[in-house]
Ligand binder design. Structure first.
Ligand code: FDA
Length: 394
């Protein structure tokens, strides 16, 4: 049976980076992945340009039942450390918005960086290699892959969450944790578009493709200010994806379609200057025309001039535009979700090494753990930071 110093399950962001770091420390590392290419999610990420980290990475940008867990790893391998590596490989990048760093050219550059880092060490990457079972025999983990067995003292579970099954996602990491008696928290799709109930969806159908800046607030008070996008299934766009991580089925979200606008003042000024201007044309100065037309079709805008607009009607419109209460029907689920909330309970892991407290030699890194970042490069940063912490301990 082939023996390695460490075996990593998953050639994604976390697995490749951990293998490279451990390999460069002199360990013989084997990486196993069920896909025919390494880093498939990286390639898809950031619209093909990989949003590889965020300048403002901080623990507050992560959801976890154990919010302190991510602090140590994020502090020990920071966004600046990963940026330094990107610079070392002369990969050109830019800040798109809100600290989000993207490659100028292609996400493939990040995969090439990770594979080049692996080549600097003693790392073997085996693709089309699905791990089907793991057994502990004494101090060794015996891993069955494509019907053959390989063994190691240190097994690193980096097989991700459930999002995008089309890219190879499996529940294998969770099943493995359970097999070793480790707790796994319930999972759900996150950073995912909302679907809407049929009547509202039908009313908003004409808006499909329209994007507007907005603030979206969850029932627990968490708020994000970014674009929302009307789609033929419901609502998407960065502000919606962000809030989906804080939304529970049945809850409402509140949407302000005119953040930062004092509508009372706007109406007063417009009424003064153009008393005969229609309400519709006045609002078209602030919102996309299609949105205003849709509001009119829905019966939310009286067909009046500004000098005929009653106080009560003005208040109604203000509520509708700045405190629009939407109850999503659900989400698009794992099929389109960027990440999985929940997973391997971090209370059972060392925050310094990512090793299971009760199973010596078994480590969990990246998305399989119950650490989920905001949209914007935070999830890759967790992959790098948790992978680095683990590699130092092997
Ligand atoms: P990841 O899922 O990347 O890798 C796990 C690997 O394990 C997979 O290759 C899988 O096939 C393999 N595997 C599973 N079971 C196995 C088994 N039994 N045997 C062998 N192999 C197995 N984040 C971000 O910060 N910036 C961004 O721009 C984006 N963009 C983005 C776009 C899209 C479309 C998605 C779906 C996701 C993002 N993300 C993101 C999220 C980010 O991609 C995600 O958090 C990381 O890829 C997680 O890295 P991991 O290495 O933990 O898992």
């Amino acid at each position: 049976m082939e023996k390695f110093d460490a075996i990593v399950i998953g050639a994604g962001a976390a697995g490749l980076f951990c293998a490279a770091q451990a390999g460069q420390r002199g360990l013989r590392v084997l990486v196993l992945d069920n896909g025919k290419k390494a880093g498939r999610k990286i390639l898809m990420s950031g619209g093909g340009r990989c949003n590889f980290t965020n300048l403002y990475t901080e623990p507050a940008a992560y959801l976890s039942h154990n919010p302190h867990f991510c602090k140590s790893a994020l502090a020990r391998f920071t966004q600046w450390d990963f940026i330094a590596l990107v610079q070392k490989y002369q990969i050109a990048y830019h800040e798109k918005t809100l600290g989000q760093l993207f490659c100028d050219d292609s996400a493939q550059q990040i995969i090439d960086l990770l594979l080049a880092e692996c080549e600097l060490g003693t790392v073997t990457v085996r693709l089309r290699s699905e791990v089907t079972s793991v057994e502990k025999q004494g101090e060794e983990f015996v891993v069955t892959v494509n019907g053959k067995q390989v063994s190691t003292h240190s097994l690193i579970v980096a097989c991700g969450g459930l999002s995008m099954p089309g890219l190879g996602a499996t529940p294998f990491g969770y099943r493995l944790a359970e097999q070793f008696g480790l707790p796994v928290l319930p999972t759900r799709a996150a950073l995912v578009p909302f679907t809407l109930h049929k009547p509202l969806l039908a009313e908003l159908q004409a808006l499909s493709g329209v994007a507007v800046p907005a603030t979206v607030t969850a029932q627990n008070g968490t708020r994000f200010a970014e674009n929302i996008l009307f789609t033929h299934r419901g609502l998407s766009g960065p502000a919606i994806l962000q809030i989906s991580s804080y939304w529970q089925p049945g809850e409402y979200v509140s949407i302000n379609l005119l953040p930062g606008t004092d509508l009372a003042e706007f109406f007063a000024v417009q009424r003064e200057k153009h008393p005969n201007l229609s309400l519709r044309n006045a609002l078209a100065k602030l919102l996309p025309k299609r949105l205003v037309e849709c509001l009119q079709t829905m019966g939310d805008l009286p067909d009046v001039a500004l000098n005929q607009l009653s106080k009560a009607a003005q208040q109604d419109i203000t509520d509708k535009l700045q405190n629009w209460q939407v109850q999503p029907n659900g989400t698009e689920g794992y099929r389109t979700a960027e990440v999985t909330l929940g997973g391997m309970d971090t209370l059972a892991l060392s925050s310094k090494t990512m090793e299971a407290r009760d199973v010596q030699g078994l480590y969990f890194i990246g998305e399989v753990t119950d650490v989920t970042g905001w949209l914007g490069g935070y999830n890759f940063q967790w992959a790098w930071s948790s992978a680095w912490a683990c590699a130092q301990a092997l």
